[in-house]
Ligand binder design. Structure first.
Ligand code: GTP
Ligand code: MG
Length: 364
């Protein structure tokens, strides 16, 4: 692993620079804010890059900085044109499939699925791949095929408590982090085949009442809990509570644009702990399509391990949620299906999600 520092006005932009240079297979080593001599506060993020990728990219950069001959410039332009032509061809082909072989079943099935908010481009690609097959002639077959494709792409992270771990919940404000963490605490401590030793940490000292909210749940369930105010305290407590099986960490709700809170969370994540930290993004099933991308880009900065879908009971429309999974491939771990602690929690289940979705597809 090679370390390289990226500097920007916020951690997200610094991370974006690293991604555009080296791709997605990166680790965040640390992040800090510094006031520069020009009076501007900048964020320095140290990124870990796999050695081979670092070497490959830097030799590419060295090559591209050499003066180019006219011939080379022409060749590059030609290649660019080729790519553009190919894209135009694909678009044309997709259009043709839509217009010409819009057999009745395609038109019908497409209409059903588009109504749910599922990505039309993704659907068109499926229809294109099925061109000239019998599947496109039959509504039921076509619907099953699309569901199978969804089933293949959606990933589930199995529940595993075989190793000690720190489970941290992050997400936008009010999505259900604290409620879900209380449900998880009860599940791990009392509801599985074997009781696990669970402790709750609260990093949220921003919100009025946040400490009391988690304390109340913890007291009722008789689960040890601590409010943590600094990284040092986090480290000390982790050492003291080494014998616990699961350390559940609640964090403050963060708007995806709240740089300060992101940096603070990264500091907690970067402690030198021998115990694995799993960061779970809590995302409501009611997520708006327009917000989806910002949420993912900003929270993915925290090296997400899995997705907890909250407020599953508050909607019957799962198209946007499925788009999120199709696009970002983040495996889901739990569904929060109501306000009741500890009952309203389910281990994530693809079949259940797809059943709910198909209900939405067929709703008149
Ligand atoms: N219907 C429904 N309500 C939920 C669910 N999960 C949480 N809630 C409710 O959503 C509200 C906010 O829940 P919290 O757990 O406080 O959310 P949070 O993410 O911790 O909020 P902040 O700490 O302020 O960011 C509460 O009224 C919860 O009872 C769920 O799965 N379904
Ligand atoms: Mg909370």
């Amino acid at each position: 692993m090679i370390h390289e520092t990226f500097v920007a006005l916020d951690p997200k932009s610094a991370y974006a620079q690293a991604v555009s240079k080296y791709g997605h297979n990166l680790s965040i080593i640390s992040a800090k804010q510094l006031a520069y001599d020009d009076g501007i506060v900048r964020c320095e993020v140290i990124i870990g890059i796999p050695r081979n990728i670092h070497l490959e990219k830097n030799s590419e950069i060295a090559e591209t900085t050499l003066p180019k001959s006219e011939e080379l410039v022409l060749l590059e332009e030609l290649n660019l044109l080729k790519v553009q032509l190919k894209e135009m061809k694909t678009d044309l082909e997709e259009d043709t499939v839509q217009k010409e072989d819009e057999e009745e079943s395609i038109v019908k099935v497409k209409k059903l699925f588009i109504r749910t908010g599922i990505d039309a481009n993704w659907l068109n690609k499926i229809f294109l791949s099925l061109k000239d097959t019998d599947i496109v002639k039959d509504d039921a077959l076509l619907v099953s095929y699309i569901l199978e494709e969804l089933d293949e792409i959606i990933q589930v992270k199995e529940e595993s408590l075989s190793q000690k771990k720190i489970v941290m919940l992050v997400g936008s404000t009010g999505v259900g982090k604290t409620t879900t963490i209380a449900k998880l605490a009860a599940r791990y401590a009392y509801l599985l085949e074997k009781p696990y030793k669970v402790v709750l940490f609260n990093l949220d000292s921003y919100k009025i009442g946040a400490i009391e909210q988690l304390e109340l749940y913890a007291d009722i369930m008789q689960i040890e809990h601590h409010t943590i105010f600094s990284v040092e305290e986090f480290n000390t407590k982790l050492q003291e509570l080494k014998s616990y099986d699961v350390i559940l960490v609640d964090t403050a709700g963060m708007s995806p644009y709240d740089t300060k809170k992101f940096i603070r969370t990264v500091e907690f994540m970067n402690i030198d702990s021998s115990i694995k930290i799993e960061v779970n993004l809590v995302l409501p099933a009611t997520v708006k399509y327009e917000d989806m991308e910002d949420i993912y880009t900003n929270f993915s900065f925290l090296n997400l391990h899995s997705l907890i879908v909250s407020k599953f009971d508050e909607t019957k429309h799962f198209g946007t949620l499925l788009n999120f999974m199709l696009k970002y491939h983040l495996p889901m771990s739990y569904f929060s299906v109501g306000q009741e602690v500890p009952d309203d929690l389910m281990v994530a289940d693809k079949e259940y999600l797809l059943e709910q979705f198909i209900g939405d597809v067929h709703e008149e």
